[in-house]
Design a binder for this molecule. Sequence first.
Ligand SMILES: C[S@@+](CC[C@H](N)C(=O)[O-])C[C@H]1O[C@@H](n2cnc3c(N)ncnc32)[C@H](O)[C@@H]1O
Length: 215
Amino acid sequence: MRGRPAGFTVLGMSIISEFLRHPFRTGAIAPSSPRLAEAMTTGIGLERARTVVELGPGTGVFTDAVLRRLAPGARLVAVEVNPRLAADLRARYAGLPVTVVEGSAEVLADHVDGPIDAVVSGLPWTAMPGHLQRRVLGQITSVLRAEGRFTTFAYSHTAWTPPARRFAASLRASFGVLERGPLVWPNLPPAFAYRAALPVAATGGPRGRSAALAH
Ligand SMILES: C[S@@+](CC[C@H](N)C(=O)[O-])C[C@H]1O[C@@H](n2cnc3c(N)ncnc32)[C@H](O)[C@@H]1O
């Protein structure tokens, strides 16, 4: 499985059918690949985290990768707006340290008790208008602890579109540290991960402070 785009598995079929029902909200025709999930969950301190939030888990590709890294006693709260996907996730992760919330990332602070150690996002940012991107980022930085980490991904072929550039600018405004990872080719389509630290809402600190992401 490692490195293979997951478009034609059973889970892939459920993302395709949800894409046909809600193209903008779903934002992708295939689930992310295990290779992208690996890139998304590396170097954000999940091994030391107590509480992690995942936004837009879809069929659970990133959820699996997060769970593999969590220490005993840690919890993952997965916030999924699509009721069908949320119900499938709840059944799939029953008995594991995952709480599936059927709800929107727009009101994340209502769904979780902060502070949160890390937020992993699979949200379709480029399908959102700028004000919604900023609102969700505001929710994320309001629940993250000052040392918390945020990771999300972007498709390389849309990186130069206005929504993607708006999102990148909002990320830079929301975090003191922002890194862009290498392109992950075995993904449909190829994508890269963003990793961010020093949420300005939590630290109140100036933008662009130099600090390295702890690996
Ligand atoms: C591009 S799919 C990603 C699914 C999965 N994380 C992956 O990478 O394969 C986006 C997911 O975000 C969910 N989503 C979209 N808007 C959301 C919102 N406002 N709050 C929570 N989930 C949302 C969609 O229902 C969908 O499951």
